[in-house]
Design a protein. Structure first.
Length: 372
């Protein structure tokens, strides 16, 4: 009995000594991590499906971000793209470089040229709301959709395929007889149908394979962008249809710009955990309110420094984030077209969920393979 007890005590002491030694080694390695140590940590994260935070020089647990380049909203604002006026009154945006591709249908809608009345001022022309929102009537929405399809394809009976979007990276392969399901991306190789995503600030991305004649449409809000919806979509096109990156072309449509898209530190942290270039996607933007500039004394507070809401706000360039994903997916710089424009700045041309405090219609970005 005595020997058993002594043996147990010795084993516990040895275990404690081993634990303390391991903690000491871990602390020392963290104080001056070698390249091999960092690579081992990265490999451990990858095994668990995680990515190490890309903050440089910041100790564990510290979430402060580095100071970024500061701009005014005017400096970041990009001009709205030119629109095409269809014979039925619909105004839409085409990619100039894609006009020579006679086999391809594509287009980004605006709010101009529809029959909806709920989102426009009294006496103004009707809006082209393409989303089944609570405020609008289904009859008006369906008529608007027929008008858009007719403007893009020349035939109002062309079938339009959609998904129920929920800010994910889920990409669906669709055909003309597919049942509407949840997702945020669509791909197809079937001629004669249009696939579409809806937006009202988020970024729409259209992709086409010029050799295989495969097309994709992706809805990329900040959550979908963090989850790599566009990279996932290109990967699905390669897996299912054999597409090669050098054969792909892409267009990034209008969405809320870096001039207007203020976000919190949690969004920065989410991007930084996934992309080494994350700091390049963010800007610090000063309030450019002319009243605030003319009468700054009216906006002074008695709060301690660092606690006042006045000052630069963190802004995200979602369009650039998706352009970088297309580059990472293998597309060349010349193969990517960015339409420009900001849905919040140009509210006479686009719907903006943020700009209208949630009371907004929806636009559509469509692409398809021309049928017989």
């Amino acid at each position: 009995m005595f020997l058993c007890t002594a043996f147990t005590a010795i084993s516990s002491q040895e275990a404690a000594d081993g634990y303390n030694q391991g903690v000491t080694q871990a602390r020392n390695s963290l104080k001056s991590p070698s390249k091999n140590t960092v690579e081992a940590i990265d490999e451990l994260y990858r095994t668990g499906g995680l990515v190490r935070s890309r903050r440089r020089g910041a100790p564990a647990g510290i979430t402060t971000r580095l100071r970024m380049a500061r701009y005014s909203a005017e400096e970041l604002r990009k001009p709205a793209p030119k629109t095409v006026a269809a014979a039925n009154g619909v105004h839409w945006i085409a990619v100039p470089e894609w006009k020579k591709l006679t086999w391809l249908w594509h287009g980004f809608s605006t709010r101009k040229g529809g029959v909806s009345r709920v989102y426009c001022a009294e006496g103004a022309p009707g809006d082209l709301n393409l989303g089944l929102t609570d405020a609008d009537t289904p009859e008006h929405v369906q008529k608007n959709r027929r008008l858009l399809v007719e403007a893009i394809t020349g035939r109002s009976e062309t079938r339009l395929r959609l998904v129920r979007q929920f800010h994910s990276n889920l990409v669906r392969c669709v055909q003309s007889d597919s049942v509407i399901c949840k997702g945020d991306g669509l791909i197809t190789d079937e001629p004669g149908i249009l696939i579409a995503v809806q937006t009202a600030d988020c970024i729409p991305v259209l992709v086409a394979d010029m050799k295989k004649r495969v097309v994709g449409a992706f809805h990329a809000g900040w959550r979908g962008t963090v989850q790599r919806i566009v990279e996932n979509g290109v990967g699905r096109m390669r897996l299912l249809y054999g597409s090669q990156p050098e054969d792909l072309i892409a267009a990034i449509g209008p969405g809320i710009g870096a001039c207007c898209y203020g976000v919190g530190d949690e969004v920065f942290a989410a991007f930084e955990s996934q992309f080494s270039y994350a700091p390049e996607l963010f800007r610090e933007v000063f309030d450019s309110d002319p009243v605030r500039k003319k009468y700054p004394m009216l906006f002074l507070t008695q709060r301690a420094p660092g606690h006042s809401p006045i000052g630069p706000q963190l802004h995200l360039d979602v369009a650039e984030a998706n352009r970088r994903q297309l580059l990472d997916a293998g597309l060349s710089t010349r193969a990517i077209h960015v339409t420009g424009g900001c849905t919040q700045c140009d509210r006479e041309l686009f719907f903006s969920h943020r700009g209208s405090q949630g009371f907004a219609g929806r636009m559509m970005s469509v692409i398809g393979i021309r049928g017989d």
